[in-house]
Design a protein around this ligand. Sequence first.
Ligand code: PMP
Length: 360
Amino acid sequence: MSRVFNFSAGPAMLPDEVMKKAASEMTDWNGSGMSVMEMSHRGREFVSIAEKAEADLREILNIPDNYKVLFLQGGASGQFAMVPMNLLRGKKTADYINTGSWSKKAIAEAKRFCDVNVAATGESGKFTGIPQFSGWSLNKEAAYVHYTPNETIVGVEFHYIPETGDLPLVADMSSTILSRPLDVSKYGVIYAGAQKNIGPAGLTIVIVRDDLIGDEISGTPAMFSYATHAKAGSMYNTPPTYSWYIAGLVFEWIKQKGGLEAMAEINKRKSDKLYNAIESSSFYSNPVEPDCRSWMNVPFILADPELDGKFLEQAKGAGLVTLKGHRSVGGMRASIYNAMPEEGVDALIAFMEEFEKSNA
Ligand code: PMP
């Protein structure tokens, strides 16, 4: 079987080594005679897998002891609701930064529970930049400040952590977690759907500071309470066991590769190369301001959109797939998460140059 370079925004590529290990253990994990898929989540075998995955994630991200790591379901979209349900704690308002489609979805969901103060928005620039921090109008009465460090669709990314003082900082890190080292202690809550940089879809990771657990709004269903899952070690009900296991293999892979410093170095190099290739041509362009270009999702447009179909078809022929931009912005998007090898980016750049020569 030949593998393609898959530039999907998510579910996205997983490291080859992880896939091969999972395949070799598919029907018999570690002499247990069972697939991980067939194991009781409360059995000794799965508990050992779960504990190792959490320990490795804690090590990679250097997560302080006063944070819980939850392995949940419901996607990042579920967190759009769980965050206000758990963090409002009697307050009536929360601050949100609007940097694009995913922030907007988080805002829409929060509005079911509280007044949302949009403290800054990139709307006037069509979300091709991040509003200057100095201009944010944070509200002292807010329960928390929510932002989206990487907007997967438009490809804008924060390259700094906002300093929100006593206001707990909440981040939807779905498309950037594990791409570089992170100071977890700056955050109240970090959450991410797994299907980009962590593992298969179906798993959602939530890292939450202890003092923000409990006291959820009245009527919160047990499944939506951080306290429920924290108390039960993410085993209140059946967790997404197989995705958890694969995530554990990805964490092991990151450790073997040299941790998040090594990831950051490669990710920076990969994205620099691709942005330089786009920048140095008049055939391709990227509308995002240079200081907030995403390392993970690189959108670009062709000077002549009539060529989009041909570009995608020929790219596919060259083993470069899922390059179509999100339907809301059009053009192309190359998602180059941790598991996209540098050779994949090199192959894309070579293809782009060739395509430009034949079509410019
Ligand atoms: N936030 C961001 C930044 C995303 O990229 C996505 C998925 N593309 C989501 C939220 C929604 O995630 P999920 O499908 O896990 O609910």
